[in-house]
Write a protein that binds this ligand. Sequence first.
Ligand SMILES: *Cc1c(COP(=O)(O)O)cnc(C)c1O
Length: 337
Amino acid sequence: MIDLRSDTVTKPTEGMLQAMFSAPVGDDVFGEDPTINQLEQMVADMFGMEAGIFCPSGTMTNQIAIKLHTQPGDEVICEQFSHIYQYEGGGIAYNSGCSVRLLIGDRGRLTADQVEEAINPDDVHKPHTSLVSLENTCNRGGGSCYDWKEMEAIKEICLRHGLSYHIDGARLFNAIVAKQENPLKYGAMFDTISICLSKGLGTPVGSVLIGSKAHIKKARRIRKVFGGGMRQAGYLAAAGIYALEHNVERLNEDHTHAQILAAALAEKDFVSEVLPVETNIIIAQINGRYTASELVKKMKEEGVMVMHISTNQIRLVLHLGISIESVNNIIKVISDL
Ligand SMILES: *Cc1c(COP(=O)(O)O)cnc(C)c1O
């Protein structure tokens, strides 16, 4: 089976497993796990931020960030398809007691003008707007990347209105590699950044939230309350260190593979549109001989697993488990459909 349902399906490679086996560990709730401490500092340093905190999931790092930047009754500005709203179980309301101002973006991306219009005036009737959260790359936008200028313009507005600025960077390294950006610039712009190690970077578990020392100190308390304080989790952090040393630049391969597959899909009569492919995600509109779910079933029979994300859209995600040989096999399957 070739599994393109998500880049979370990757399994640790031999080298990663070796790194995990040989990791020195300790009780991280006491701050004594050297491997976790190393990973947290490593991610913070990559982005030029002060500190980091290792968490079991990207949902937790995002939810901790939202809690950090808000008070109950506040409002969070984000895009309608953003992970923090669509796929975190209502956590913004549940964990932080906040309402959400959902904006309709362009493949998941907001503009500075939209953000500015969505900020509530200082009026007792209105919830207090306190946080803007972006997502880069945008998952439901088909792996789309923000334009640097737009993120900068949104930052200006956050500064002018005293809003915190968080980025859900579950796949931030895909954007950084694709657009040849400097991570230090992200660190200088955002108050907090959430990075997933278990997506394209290929670890079994883990995300890191980075920010100022004060924010991360507070984040440790919130993580404990959320039940995310872990003990000898250095075995997992070691996978993260390995991933950051070995699996960042190679994301380019996934992006190339995505381009190749998108071109093959675009030729099929039942594909009415393929969203522009900027990184490792392909979203194709299905219209004609198959419904999206029929196509998923048919491809599975041929040994290729993809996901339908709506009645007429399928999603394919490239990752380090997919070699160029696999890509060629997938193309064969697609051409026979
Ligand atoms: C996967 C993902 C997350 C985090 O998901 P977890 O499964 O909780 O690690 C957050 N944001 C985006 C955009 C994602 O794709």
